[in-house]
Ligand binder design. Structure first.
Ligand code: ADP
Length: 301
C-alpha cells in the first residue's frame, strides 16, 4: 500500500513510528506536511497539490492533525476523503472529538458514563451551575485546553465561583465537572483500534497534583483493565465514529467514566509503558480495511 501520513513534523515519535511500521510491513509511507497541501476544490476531480506535485495513488491516509491546525487540517483530510483515499479516522469523527462538549453530549446520549458536567455562558448562572453539578470540590476546564493546561481544581464553592467568573471575564469557554476523588490523581488511557482495546496504561499524577498528564510530570505504567472498562472504551470510540482512539477513563465509585476521547493519540507513552507495537497494529488495521471510497461519510460534514 501507499500510505500518506499527514503530519507537520517527520521527527515526532508517533510519525516516525508510523513510517517504520509501514516499512516493516512492506508498504510505502510518505510524510506530508498538512500545511503545505493546497487544493483545487472547483474541479470535478478533487485534487491535492503538494510542493508543485499532484498527489495521487494513495491507498490510505493517516491524519495526525494538531489542535492548533484543526481548521486547515480537517479541510485537507476532507479533500483526501473526497478523492476516495481511506482515512484512518474520518474527518467528521475527528471534528467531533476536537469539541469537548460535543463529545461529552454524544457519549452521554448513548449511555456512556461520564463525570457530571455542566456548562453555562452567563456569569449570572454560575451559582446555579455549581449547585447543578453537585457543588465543590469541582474541576473547571477550559474547552480549548490540552495537556492539562486550563484544568483547575476548585476545593470550595467560593474558589469555584471566582475561577469560573475569571474565565468568563476573559471570554473563555469552560465546562464544570464533578471532581472524581476516588481516581486518586490517576487515569487510564485505553488505546482502541477497530473495536478492540489493544493497549492500556495507567497515568499517575505527581504527589500533590490531580492532573495525570505525562506533560505535567505524570508517570505511566502498565495496567490490567476490567471487562467493563474495556467495553466502555470500545463503546466511546464507536460513538465518536473513530477507528483509532485514545480513550481516557477515570475509575470512579460508580464505574468507569470517560473523560475524553482523543482522535490522534500519541504512541510514545503507550508503546513505552506496554512494550507493544501499537504503530504496527494501526498499519495492520489499514491493511484489513483500507479500500477506495469506503468511508461512511465520504468527506461530508
Ligand atoms: P486535557 O485534555 O487538557 O488533558 P483533561 O480533561 O484530560 O484535560 O484533564 C487533565 C487531567 O486532570 C486528567 O488526565 C485527570 O488526571 C485529571 N482530571 C480531569 N478531570 C477530572 C475530574 N473530573 N476528576 C478528577 N480528575 C480529573
Amino acid at each position: 500500500m501507499k500510505i500518506a501520513i499527514l503530519s507537520r513534523n517527520k521527527k515526532l515519535y508517533s510519525t516516525r513510528r508510523m513510517v517504520e511500521a509501514c516499512q516493516a510491513r512492506g508498504h510505502e509511507a510518505r510524510v506530508i506536511d498538512t500545511l503545505r497541501c493546497y487544493m483545487n476544490i472547483s474541479s470535478a476531480n478533487p485534487e491535492i497539490h503538494y510542493k508543485g506535485e499532484n498527489l495521487t495513488g494513495f491507498d490510505a491516509v493517516i491524519p495526525r492533525i494538531g489542535a492548533s491546525i484543526t481548521f486547515y487540517g480537517t479541510a485537507v483530510s476532507r479533500q483526501f476523503e473526497m478523492m476516495g483515499v481511506f482515512p484512518l479516522n474520518e474527518l467528521v469523527a475527528i471534528t467531533r472529538a476536537r469539541d469537548k462538549l460535543r463529545s461529552l453530549q454524544l457519549l452521554s446520549r448513548k449511555g456512556v458514563g461520564i463525570p457530571v458536567t455542566g456548562f453555562a455562558h452567563s456569569p449570572d448562572d454560575v451559582q446555579d451551575l455549581i449547585k447543578m453539578v453537585g457543588g465543590a470540590p469541582l474541576v473547571i476546564k477550559l474547552l480549548e485546553g490540552t495537556q492539562g493546561i486550563g484544568v483547575v481544581l476548585a476545593e470550595t464553592r467560593k474558589a469555584a465561583e471566582s475561577v469560573i467568573e475569571a474565565f468568563m471575564g476573559l471570554q473563555a469557554n469552560i465546562m464544570v465537572q464533578e471532581f472524581i476523588k476516588e481516581a486518586g490523581g490517576s487515569d487510564i488511557r485505553c488505546f482502541v483500534i477497530g473495536e478492540k482495546v489493544v493497549a492500556a496504561m495507567k497515568r499517575q499524577a505527581l504527589e500533590g497534583e490531580f492532573r495525570s498528564n505525562l506533560h505535567r510530570g505524570g508517570s505511566a505504567s502498565l495496567i490490567k483493565i476490567t471487562p467493563q472498562e474495556r467495553a466502555t472504551a470500545v463503546k466511546a470510540a464507536k460513538v465518536m465514529g473513530l477507528n483509532v482512539a485514545g480513550v481516557d477513563i477515570l475509575r470512579s465509585g460508580r464505574g468507569p467514566l470517560v473523560m475524553e476521547v482523543n482522535s490522534s493519540p500519541g504512541l510514545e507513552g503507550i508503546e513505552a509503558a506496554t512494550g507493544k507495537d501499537v504503530a504496527g497494529m494501526i498499519i495492520q488495521f489499514l491493511e484489513k480495511n483500507a479500500s477506495p471510497h469506503k468511508t461512511r461519510t465520504k468527506g461530508r460534514g
